[in-house]
Design a binder for this molecule. Structure first.
Ligand SMILES: Nc1ncnc2c1ncn2[C@@H]1O[C@H](COP(=O)(O)OP(=O)(O)OP(=O)(O)O)[C@@H](O)[C@H]1O
Ligand SMILES: [Mg+2]
Length: 312
């Protein structure tokens, strides 16, 4: 659907300032029907890459390729694209209905289609009651909903959303996430969206691209990344009522890590690598420890990507 090939972008703010690379050799592909999350901290380069994909700015090096299903001419490619920018401009004096109609017309839709599609999505997003109000009276969440409607109106094959969930309350986030999931399921639309909110991406996407300081650190399946990391560590909670010399031996068992100890309840919690778990369990049982629990440590995508546990 979309191929990003070794894209780099150099910025230079003024003549005297040093130039810097906002993107460095970013390459990945998005297949038709995928929902792909684009993650990265503030300033990682997400918006810069999205602007390059949308042709709003030029890459210093590298290229963007759209597959043939998107069309061959620039015009047909863009008519199959839906885009919600990071900071969309909503004409304050227009009503939501006028704004939707204006964008529908720009996409060559008939008035009938605009009305039908606009009404359908407005109802779905719970904004139909406000469509005849001027947008200067809209809240952030209401504007975001109008923005999403404008993106979906012309039934694009590929939708690119730059931070569609930012600034929304949990209910608003849930509504937009439900729409994204529905659009993909119902129409097979390919969706690429940027976010800082890892759990939202984890919930919606099969694939994730993770950018750090302009460099791509990961591109691939969410489940693969999580299972690769979560299978590497196990947690063992044991009750120890034996002598302190044996306890010291257990605590010094190679490749184990004492996470915490509750002296009152005589409980110790260890983390142990997958390869060592059998030997460790039989070792502590030989010493007379009682196993309270034994579980695989589940790691969230957030912990892996943002290195909360130093696992990356
Ligand atoms: N037009 C520009 N001129 C100079 N530097 C720019 C320009 N646009 C972006 N940058 C810089 O490029 C880097 C990447 O910015 P970008 O907006 O792409 O980040 P982002 O990942 O979208 O961040 P956020 O999550 O905050 O939206 C930042 O350091 C930013 O200051
Ligand atoms: Mg951004």
């Amino acid at each position: 659907m979309l191929k990003i090939d070794s894209v780099s972008k150099k910025f230079k703010t003024d003549f005297w300032s040093r130039s810097f690379w906002a993107l460095r050799g970013v390459s990945f592909e998005i297949a038709a029907g995928d929902v792909v999350g684009f993650l990265g901290a503030n300033g990682a380069g997400k918006t810069t890459l999205i602007k390059i994909i949308m042709g709003l700015i030029k890459a210093t090096h590298g290229k963007i390729y759209f597959s043939k299903i998107m069309g061959v001419s620039k015009k047909s490619i863009f008519s199959n694209l839906g885009f919600l920018p990071e900071r969309p401009y909503f004409y304050p004096n227009l009503t939501g209905r006028d704004f939707i109609a204006y964008l529908g017309k720009l996409n060559n839709l008939s008035s009938l289609e605009i009305n039908q599609q606009g009404q359908k999505w407005a109802q779905r997003l719970g904004i139909d009651f406000a469509l005849d109000r001027q947008m200067k009276n809209y809240s952030k969440g209401m504007l975001q909903r109008v923005g999403i409607i404008s993106t979906l109106l012309h039934r694009p094959k590929l939708i690119i959303l730059d931070e569609p969930l930012s600034g929304l309350d949990p209910i608003g986030r849930k509504e937009i996430k439900d729409i994204v999931a529905d659009v993909r399921k119902q129409y097979g639309t390919t969706i690429f969206f940027s976010s800082h909110i890892v759990p939202d991406v984890e919930e919606l996407c099969q694939k994730v691209i993770f950018l750090e300081k302009g460099k791509m650190l990961y591109s691939g399946s969410v489940s693969e990344l999580v299972s690769k990391h979560s299978s590497s560590k196990y947690r063992v909670i044991l009750e120890w009522r034996g002598c302190w010399e044996d306890k010291a031996i257990i605590c010094n068992y190679p490749n184990s890590f004492l996470l915490y100890e509750n002296e009152l309840e005589k409980v110790l919690c260890f983390e142990i690598a997958k390869e060592e778990k059998e030997q460790f369990l039989s070792f502590i049982m030989d010493k007379g420890a009682k196993i309270v629990s034994f579980s695989q440590k589940s790691i969230k995508l957030e912990e892996i990507l943002y290195n909360v546990n130093g696992d990356r």
